[in-house]
Design a protein around this ligand. Structure first.
Ligand SMILES: *Cc1c(COP(=O)(O)O)cnc(C)c1O
Length: 419
């Protein structure tokens, strides 16, 4: 039996997260043995240049020496205590002192948990019930976030996953991204009952989709006008676009922010933070309950804090990664033009997507016009030639500090051949 056959025998679909299954590209998954710098190695020893980077966390590349050494040292002191450590305080202080719009922060174990908790907090703080999200934005798999609002934009949520109840869906309203008019209509319709608006300030889970000029500012103003909280889900963009994330990049102050991915450097971590008066409503200082057996785990804090400190202390790091990314994505654009392909590129910072559709993608409906069959065949070509990209069209490519010009040029050649 192949490993995947054994996997299928004991794990639903053979995987612990659906997108790893390679179903969208009609293949069987490769099994990874190890990773180093910009490379993954599968169990047969085949090398791949990696543009998934564990879905974002590995901004310094895989197996960073300083992180590895600190984690090994931390492991020698025991894996978990279920009691408070100075490391958690160091992490919280570091983030609060360096991120302008965060006064207090609470660590959790995943992005899903961070979003779920931030939404509960927004409801507790405002005393309001409904949440507005945007079609194509992913906020983890908590019940109330698995909603996408079918056809009727102004109707109540329709659950996107079996097992989410109608009563849960009813309090989530999902509307098109990059559309302020619809947002204003929804605010007017539900007058005083919108607890919060949550979004990915740069959408990166329908492929990368950038906010239009003035869009984020418009959302901020509508939230202020209706006394609703604005939550930036920065699980991907946080410490990625720049150290201060999308909030800093676009100069918009959200009330609450959720983090994950990069702040754990590859360990399972999430966090949510924001204004003091809101965060103080969380137990034990306030009446909104949220807890976690392994939250603030010493190994996870060591990995995450080491990564954040490297990012903070190396001032050129973002310029370097963003410059090489610009070179990369601009060159893919040139290939598309030269070959006159029905493709388009969206990118910002070290985050981008190649869509198999000609039109500029600005929302979920346009993203879904992509030819996923062509993507599948492109993916297979890339994989054969030793480049690992996401096994689905609607994901981002991530560039790390270890993706140097040689690696990027090699990849560009393979992309040109594969396209
Ligand atoms: C990955 C992701 C999440 C969920 O994080 P998990 O750690 O997988 O639970 C939430 N929001 C965004 C924007 C994400 O990209």
């Amino acid at each position: 039996m192949s490993i995947f056959e054994i996997a299928n025998k004991y794990i639903p679909g053979g995987v612990n997260s659906p997108v790893r299954a390679f179903k969208a590209v009609d293949l069987e998954p490769i099994f990874i043995d190890r990773a180093d710098k910009a490379y993954l190695y599968d169990i047969n020893g085949k090398e791949y240049i990696d543009y998934v980077c564990s879905w974002g966390p590995m901004i310094l590349g895989h197996n960073n020496e300083e992180i590895r050494k600190n984690v090994i040292k931390a492991c020698e002191k025991g894996l978990s205590y279920g009691a408070t450590t100075k490391l958690e305080v160091d992490m919280a202080q570091f983030i609060c002192e360096n991120i302008e719009h965060i006064d207090k922060i609470r660590m959790v174990n995943s992005g899903t948990e961070a979003v779920m908790s931030a939404i509960r907090l927004a409801r507790g703080y405002t005393g309001k019930e409904k949440v507005i999200k945007f079609d194509g934005c992913y906020h983890g798999h908590s019940d109330s976030m698995l909603i996408q609002a079918g056809s009727g934009l102004m109707t109540e949520g329709i659950p996107d996953s079996n097992g989410v109840t109608k009563n849960c869906a009813i309090d989530t309203i999902s509307i098109p991204y990059n559309d302020l008019d619809t947002l204003e209509e929804v605010f007017n319709k539900h007058k005083d009952n919108i607890a919060c608006v949550i979004l990915e300030p740069v959408a990166a889970n329908m492929g990368v989709v950038l906010p239009k000029d003035g869009y984020l500012k418009g959302i901020r103003e509508l939230c202020d006008k209706h006394k609703s909280l604005l939550i930036f889900d920065e699980v991907i963009t946080g410490f990625r676009l720049c150290f201060g994330g999308a909030a800093k990049y676009f100069n918009i102050k959200p009330d609450l922010v959720t983090y994950g991915k990069i702040i754990g450097a590859g360990m399972p971590v999430g966090a949510y933070g924001g204004k003091k008066e809101i965060m103080d409503m969380i137990a034990p200082s306030g009446s909104v309950y949220q807890a976690g057996t392994l939250s603030g785990n010493p190994i996870a804090m060591t990995a995450g804090l080491t990564q954040l400190k490297i990012l903070k202390e190396n001032e050129n790091i973002y310029d370097d990664i963003n410059n090489i990314s610009k070179y990369f994505f601009d060159n893919i654009n040139d290939i598309i033009k030269r070959k006159n392909l029905d493709c388009s590129i969206n990118y910002i910072g070290s985050l981008g997507s190649l869509f198999f559709t000609k039109d500029k993608v600005t929302d979920y409906v346009l993203a879904k016009k992509s030819d996923t069959k062509k993507y599948a065949s492109y993916f297979k070509n890339m994989l054969d030639k030793g480049v690992y990209i996401a096994p689905a069209q609607f994901e981002a490519m991530f560039i790390s500090k270890e993706h140097n010009k040689n690696i990027i040029d090699k990849t560009l050649n393979i992309i040109e051949e594969s396209l």
